[in-house]
Design a protein around this ligand. Structure first.
Ligand code: VAL
Length: 382
């Protein structure tokens, strides 16, 4: 094609788009997850969930003809990296929105950047209290500890008849600390006595000192607000001390990593989540089969929540007429998201507005019921 011809075609295309005729454009979505480091077991599953959903959506023609392009970055499960990656995605790559980061601990550091630049940040795994108090651009479909743990402790009473428990948690991580606060309140409210409370710090691998103290108080169960790797080592060391008590965990337990390390030492652990591998709903069965076919392994709750989150965003975007102005399109997505209702791999989902705090507008939490799973033979079942 001659130079003149090319110019002619290019200006014709411009004229069409100016006249409101849709010209397909890529929709860039940032994915900031922990793909290396101790939280990678969560982050990689999350990335897979997004990839599966985006590939499916694109195979069906994308969103109103526009292709979803994921811009994936590794935030390593570290606060500083989450900040760096958010800045890169929002200001350099100019993504429409950001999914992530993996840990609540990192979200408290990075979400303010998204809110300040009026860009949706959508957490699919952040379950600490207060995440959505960071501003009206913070969304999550991960069900917060405050909605799940009271259900889990009630199930523990029913299942094991527990009357007194020991509590163990990481006191330097936003999620494990928040989970502890919620457990403490739920135990008080449900009149379950606490025989001992012990703490540890990020990166600890030897929990024998705390567990020996717990053993001396002879609890009926051990309540653990911990991330998966620490939880697994704690369970393993509990068994090596000859203790047979069941564990009750929070969202951090939701990973195959628990069983890779603790094996059947984790049997009888209770954990609440909206997702279960045993949910027979067609949407979940299809998700599980497609995930296995694509990645060669079974999905977990983190993959399921990411998969659903991509569809929730796609649903909102299908209602948005993209203008080409990043600022306007970011706002339009923000305004379209709250009304989305979805029934996917994790079941029925809706957003719930977070109450304003300290005069600051809140974002949107997940409105979803938790199901309590029990560990048997290296996996969680209902
Ligand atoms: N839900 C936790 C958090 O918010 C982990 C397990 C991802 O940090």
């Amino acid at each position: 094609m001659s130079y003149q011809m090319k110019t002619l075609v290019a200006s014709a295309l411009l004229a069409w788009s100016a006249a409101g005729v849709a010209v397909a454009a890529d929709i860039k979505i940032g994915v900031a997850e922990a793909l290396t480091g101790p939280a990678a077991k969560y982050g990689v599953a999350i990335k897979n969930g997004f990839t599966l959903a985006a590939d499916e959506l694109n195979a069906k023609g994308g969103i109103n003809g526009n292709k979803i392009v994921l811009v994936v970055e590794d935030e390593q499960g570290k606060k500083e990296e989450a900040i760096n990656v958010f800045k890169k995605l929002i200001f350099q790559d100019k993504v429409l929105m950001v999914f992530g980061p993996t840990l609540s601990n990192s979200a408290f550091a990075a979400d303010p950047i998204a809110n300040a630049s009026k860009t949706v940040v959508f957490g699919t795994s952040n379950t600490a209290d207060g995440i959505t108090n960071m501003g009206p651009f913070t969304f999550r479909n991960s069900v917060m500890e405050a909605d799940v743990l009271p259900v889990t402790t009630r199930a523990a009473v029913k299942q094991f008849g527990i009357k007194k428990v020991a509590v163990l948690y990481g006191n330097d991580d936003a999620f494990t600390k928040s989970g502890y606060d919620v457990f403490k309140a739920a135990l008080e409210q449900q009149k379950i006595a606490v025989t001992d409370t012990e703490t540890y710090a990020k990166g600890d691998v030897d929990f024998k000192a705390q567990l020996t103290k717990i053993k001396a108080t002879n609890p009926d169960a051990i309540i653990c607000s911990c991330l998966a790797e620490e939880a697994a080592n704690i369970i393993l060391q509990t068994r090596s001390l000859g203790m047979k008590q069941p564990f009750v965990g929070g969202n951090g337990f939701n990973s195959p990593k628990l069983f890779e390390i603790a094996k059947d030492g984790a049997d009888n652990t209770l954990m609440g989540s909206p997702w279960s591998a045993e949910n027979p709903a067609a949407a979940n069965k299809k998700f599980m089969a497609d995930y296995k076919a694509k990645f060669g392994g079974d999905p977990d709750q983190f993959a399921a929540q990411a998969f659903d989150a991509m569809y929730i965003v796609a649903e909102a975007l299908s209602k948005v007429k993209l203008s080409g102005s990043l600022e306007k399109d970011r706002l339009a997505l923000r305004d379209a998201l709250p009304a989305v209702k979805f029934d996917g791999a994790t079941g029925k989902f809706a957003f719930r507005r977070a109450a304003p705090q300290g005069g600051k507008e809140g974002g949107y939490d997940a409105q979803q019921d938790a199901i309590v799973n029990i560990a048997k033979g290296g996996k969680f079942i209902l």
